[in-house]
Write a protein that binds this ligand. Structure first.
Ligand SMILES: Cc1ncc(COP(=O)(O)O)c(C=O)c1O
Length: 432
């Protein structure tokens, strides 16, 4: 990879040269990519790893078909959530035994937010506020609203990341933030924000849906408290893949010592599920954060996806992926500046590399949804988010510089020709 990208490569050939020099280029071969498609939506659903179909087929035919129920032991299905969790730990700067792959991001958020609230309020019952951003992903806000109702707490929402620090006072129990904003791609400085919350006596819950596998993370070094994240985005685990939950081992130790529960006290988080006792006793450590029966099929697919990210380790790991992700985004932004000027696209993602994740978003007052549909019809897949946001995920595992060039080329043509005005691009599908 070159040390510095030219601000705007003069030609497509310049991008081809960047790809020839890219040491991460071989990682793309790990994927079964749709021919003729430029996929800029790995931030929503990661691409299909080439290994997944055969691995899932093996779990179906051999482990399930022949091993039948014995595979819970012989194929290690029962240990998969912890084993896969330990792989995720390597990508998020956590220790082995601190992460478990389980349930959905929403459910995991509910678990850790309730635990964090309870811990903070036991320390000081006057703490009854959860702080978050109004622009946080809705499921996070909905889960917090439910807990706030049940516990008589207040959900205090701030407008914009710069307002977070001001909202922290001695009534705040928990600060709950999504590390990289799903709309804008703006990233919070995790260590600084965590330190600011701790200074006010609050605990911090991070949603890493748009961070895990996208940016280098150091949960332990940042001194965070709790985190959740998504398996189907940058971890390439497949549609509806299990999510993950991380708890700092200082809190796990406290939970062990105090025999604390998490609220979704299902049998898989019991200390001895196969003793079938009447009463719940939480398992030790992170295992208590599981709930019901895990899906070996889904976890096998998730593991294949995580392995595609871990495969970057010999090539510089997340730091190397980050360098390429930023270079792709710089290129995307520079090309849109140059080639789509005057078409009403306003960049929502910070230009400052340290402030962004691995996506680039633009606001357009009119026709944003239709523009995305016109691009998809040309084989350039991005997505649309309310209100008027065109979102492009830049996943360095699969994307080439030349793909960015071609994607912006299509975007400029869609805008120039007003192709997006066609009736077929106007009707809204269920998923945008
Ligand atoms: C920040 C964030 N949190 C959570 C979710 C989704 O959670 P779940 O997997 O429970 O649907 C998303 C989905 O895009 C997201 O962007």
């Amino acid at each position: 990879m070159p040390e510095a990208l030219p601000r705007v490569p003069a030609t497509r050939a310049t991008c081809e040269a960047l790809d020839r020099d890219d040491p991460l280029a071989p990682l793309r071969q790990q994927f079964d990519l749709a021919p003729g498609t430029l996929y800029l939506d790995g931030n929503s659903l990661g691409a299909l790893p080439a290994a997944t179909a055969a691995r899932v087929q093996d779990v179906v035919a051999r482990e399930w078909g022949r091993g039948l129920i014995g595979s819970w032991n012989s194929a290690g299905w029962i240990h998969q959530p912890r084993r896969v969790g330990d792989k995720i730990a390597q990508l998020v700067g956590a220790e082995p035994g601190e992460v478990v792959a389980s349930d959905t991001t929403s459910l995991n958020l509910y678990k850790v937010l309730e635990v964090a609230l309870a811990m903070a309020r036991e320390g000081d019952p006057a703490r009854r506020v959860i702080v978050s951003e109004r622009d946080n992903f809705p499921t996070d806000l909905y889960m917090a609203q439910s807990l706030a109702r049940q516990h008589g707490c207040e959900l205090r929402l701030v407008d914009g990341p710069e307002r977070v620090a001001d909202a922290l006072d001695d009534r705040v129990a928990v600060l709950m933030l999504t590390h990289v904003n799903y709309r804008t791609g703006r990233m919070h400085p995790m260590a600084d924000v965590t330190a600011a919350a701790h200074a006010k006596g609050a605990l911090v819950v991070w949603d890493l849906a748009h961070s895990a596998g996208a940016v280098p993370l150091s949960l332990r070094a940042s001194d965070a408290d709790f985190a959740v994240g998504c398996g189907y985005k940058y971890l390439n685990g497949g549609p509806g893949a299990p999510a993950f939950v991380w708890v700092h081992s200082r809190h796990l130790a406290r939970m062990d010592a105090e025999q604390r529960w998490q609220p979704l006290s299902g049998w898989m988080g019991h200390a001895a599920p196969f003793e079938f006792t009447t009463d719940y006793h939480p398992a030790a450590g992170i295992a208590r954060f599981t709930c019901g029966t895990p899906s070996p099929l889904a976890l096998a697919a998730l593991e294949c996806g995580i392995d595609t990210v871990l495969a970057a380790q010999p090539l510089g790991g997340m730091e190397a992926l980050r360098r390429k992700s930023l270079a792709l985004a710089d290129l995307f932004i520079a090309l849109v500046d140059q080639r789509c000027a005057g078409h009403g696209l306003s960049l929502q993602t910070p230009r400052e590399p340290a402030l962004r994740g691995s996506q680039v978003s633009f606001l357009r007052e009119e026709g944003a949804y239709a523009i995305i549909q016109a691009l998809i019809a040309r084989g350039v897949v991005g997505d649309y988010r309310e209100p008027g946001i065109l979102r492009f995920g830049l996943t360095p595992l699969t994307l080439r510089y030349v793909d960015v060039w071609d994607a912006v080329d299509h975007l400029s043509q869609v805008l120039e020709t007003r192709e997006w005005k066609q009736a077929r691009f106007q009707s809204r599908a269920s998923v945008t």
